[in-house]
Design a protein around this ligand. Sequence first.
Ligand SMILES: C[C@H](O)[C@H](O)[C@H]1CNC2=NC(N)=NC(=O)C2=N1
Length: 101
Amino acid sequence: MAVEPLSQKEIEDRLAELPGWSVDGDRLTRSYRLGSHFAAAALVVHIAGIQDELDHHSDLTLGYNTVSLGVNTHSAGGAVTAKDFALARRVEDIAPGHGAH
Ligand SMILES: C[C@H](O)[C@H](O)[C@H]1CNC2=NC(N)=NC(=O)C2=N1
């Protein structure tokens, strides 16, 4: 599926629907804090499953009690696209169930 870079306006409109997410450089990013390292690891595994399902993969970093994502679309030259926002939406939907905030 060809996917186009989003305009600045499209990015701003989509960010307004995703509190906590931002565009840093050329990547859509968010960090979550969790109640324990094990809870953070479980969130990473859940996100990995979603990423395989969507065939779209962030740089996903497990910290002490933190999980950080940064994603753009390689096939669009490393721009932020609707695919990145679709992944962010899916992650937002499951993160609270892990106690992430
Ligand atoms: C072949 C496979 O569909 C591609 O390599 C996918 C996999 N995951 C991906 N992830 C990201 N972030 N960007 C891509 O362009 C991308 N492409």
